[in-house]
Write a protein that binds this ligand. Sequence first.
Ligand SMILES: NC(=O)c1ccc[n+]([C@@H]2O[C@H](COP(=O)([O-])OP(=O)(O)OC[C@H]3O[C@@H](n4cnc5c(N)ncnc54)[C@H](O)[C@@H]3O)[C@@H](O)[C@H]2O)c1
Length: 257
Amino acid sequence: MSGQRTAVVTGGASGIGRGCAFRLAEESYRVAVVDIDEAGGRQVAARIREGGGEAFFLEADIGEPDAFEAVVSAVSARWGALHVMVNNAGLDYHEPLPEMTVAAWDRCVAVDLRSAAFAAQAASEIMERSGGGSIINIASVMAWYTFPGYSAYTASKAGLIGLTKTLSLELGPKGIRVNAIAPGFIDTGAWERVLADLDDPARFAASVSALHPLGRRGKPADIAAAAAFLAGEDASFITGHTLVVDGGLTAQLRTPA
Ligand SMILES: NC(=O)c1ccc[n+]([C@@H]2O[C@H](COP(=O)([O-])OP(=O)(O)OC[C@H]3O[C@@H](n4cnc5c(N)ncnc54)[C@H](O)[C@@H]3O)[C@@H](O)[C@H]2O)c1
């Protein structure tokens, strides 16, 4: 790859996506921040520019089928190349089985799974022309271990891991690597929303931390570090892989009390 590397981060306005945008900018990538949250996305891009980096915000709903054509053309028009795409934006829809609706199920699958397929479709040509690339899909440990009510989310994240493998086969010959990251509990806006619904959030937060052999929940920077690794040359022989980044959460069986 030659010249300054460029990256797209979806859901870059907050949480894990914001962490990835900042980390890639620190590593001298030009970053396109894609989100439905215009104010948050503009703030992230502005902060990168204030730090001497290059970034711009693009408002797009990645659940819409043609979103990525627009994203890729905007990046192509501005920078002429694309090397890294972090498919991070996600929707943690959950509803007990009797309340599940077709519309909500379809929306969850469109945002959490379908989007990554069409992101890859839209990005592959420019990535190949750019000398190769790296696509990183943000899945979840909930692809394997889940809670009641999370059927659409879990099916989407499990599907994303399968999709990552298929795409790695199709895009490998073009010099494009495709990997996924499966985060555990990470402190983001999504986590704050979980806490907001509880009577005793401090107790719950402490008990979740205690589930981790490392004794803490994750931070967006923990996932961003894994994304930066998968994006870069040190991962040049890694494709079709899902990297679990969960502080050991899913390594253990629990003994009944
Ligand atoms: N936080 C966790 O514990 C955790 C764990 C495992 C996986 N994940 C996954 O990580 C990803 C990011 O989650 P987060 O915790 O940072 O969430 P978050 O809510 O903090 O941020 C999500 C961002 O995505 C944007 N977004 C949502 N729908 C969008 C759409 N249709 N189009 C464009 N942008 C959209 C939101 O505006 C927001 O800025 C998600 O895919 C989530 O499933 C999170």
